[in-house]
Design a protein around this ligand. Sequence first.
Ligand SMILES: [Mg+2]
Length: 264
Amino acid sequence: MGAGLPHALRDRDAFDAALGGRGPAVFLDYDGVLSPIVDDPDAAVMSPDMGRVLGELADRCPVCVVSGRDRPVVQRLMGRDDLVVAGSHGFDIWHPERGTLEHEAASGYEDLVAEVTAQLRAEVGRHQGVLVEPKRASVAVHHRLAAPHARAEVEALVGRLLAERPDELKVTPGKMVYELQPKLDWHKGAAVRHLLDVLGLSGPDTVPLYLGDDVTDEDAFRALHGLGVGVYVGDPAALDRETRADFQVDDVDQVRELLDSLAR
Ligand SMILES: [Mg+2]
């Protein structure tokens, strides 16, 4: 069980002390932070209120969204494309004026993803209920609607693909889906460090602030340790891990309240 953290709203003096009078550069996870978690992931749109606050904040300081989802999906759910977005767990970084921002892990994996996609389609794609979904930097194979024998075939194939390419591929199991990704040392934390660098935000007058609720956000909290301020969204006492965040807020409404206070 994790422990409680100081609260970014209720312990506001401590939070302001952590900011230390520096201007914030704000990094935000999307699901569970800017938008509540809902049953249908396609319906996780941002509220108009959150959109307004985010716009006001972006007029005052740099704002970047860092999500596990594909970047165009995040932009569609936000209903705006005027913010820096790092999609696909930070792999696909896009800037509204500069376009795609290259980084060391950004390319060279298209062939691998295409080959694995072709192999999945050829071997299990014919099964009813199996859906092979190529993404920018990964391929997902969904089997929620598949019969048990087809599911077993998918599982066996995923195991074989990993065994054939142990140094190149990793798998992230989800709910009735396997996501096969290039095995890279790149994550949300690496993306945030990269953005601080290329956006010129690593000076002493700027404090990076990161808000997230996922296990993948821990990479960003870790990357900012001693450098910025991490805010966990939710109840850290309910976690089965120790979060590396410095503060907490309870939910999406409190995220909005905190961002609103930073925008003034
Ligand atoms: Mg999240």
